[in-house]
Design a protein around this ligand. Structure first.
Ligand code: GLN
Length: 199
């Protein structure tokens, strides 16, 4: 069985757990570096990226997660989690000097709260060609992927803006696929995490 960790510091981690368990995966909540051992993949959930980042510092998780990925572990960031994966974070609040820590493992530029404050959240049937029928996507103060590097595949756009991308064993989504019962994206991530690591 594939074992997936869900970073359980803040945000929508319980819902990810439910979707994964519905697919028969084994799930572990990750709070400490030792929780990463033996996992095939790790989900960084949505929530508040500066809060999650602060807790990652408190729990000493930055380098252990980078090393987990370097050893072949798959990573999926949803919403705030996508911000944490990105090489470049745009639109960080001025009180942080416009700077924000991230794992910088995925070659993306991600802009926080990019859909504006008037329309804080919305729902749409998102066309994800790889999955077939439209995916029910929930966006909550969502970031947008403004730039992707060469090795990054764009898997979906909303009104022309990139909201789902993959790079090797990395997946980033602007929206919250765990907040609807549709498990197709979780199934896709399970497949990515189950591929044996070369070498
Ligand atoms: N706006 C949040 C952030 O920038 C992300 C929102 C979410 O994860 N739903 O961290």
């Amino acid at each position: 069985t594939t074992t997936i960790g869900v970073l359980a510091l803040q945000g929508a981690f319980r819902e990810h757990r439910q979707r994964l368990e519905a697919l028969g995966a084994r799930v572990r909540e990750v709070r400490l570096p030792t929780d990463l051992s033996g996992l095939d993949g790790l989900i960084l959930p949505g929530g508040e990226s500066t809060t999650i980042a602060r807790l990652m510092t408190d729990f000493g998780l930055w380098d252990p997660i980078r090393e987990f990925h370097a050893r072949g572990g798959a990573l999926w960031g949803t919403c705030a989690g996508a911000i944490l994966l990105a090489r470049e974070v745009l639109g960080a609040p001025p009180q942080f000097g416009g700077q924000q820590d991230s794992l910088a493992v995925m070659d993306l530029s991600v802009r926080r709260n990019a859909f504006g404050r008037q329309v804080d959240s919305f729902h749409t049937g998102l066309d994800i060609p790889e999955l077939g029928a439209p995916f029910p996507a929930v966006f909550i103060r969502a970031p947008v992927i403004e730039r992707v590097g060469e090795g990054v595949e764009v898997l979906a756009r909303h009104e022309g803006r990139i909201v789902l991308a993959r790079q090797g064993r990395l997946l980033a989504s602007s929206f919250h696929p765990e907040l609807t019962p549709d498990t197709r994206l979780h199934a896709l991530f399970l497949k990515m995490a189950a591929v044996p690591v070369p070498g």
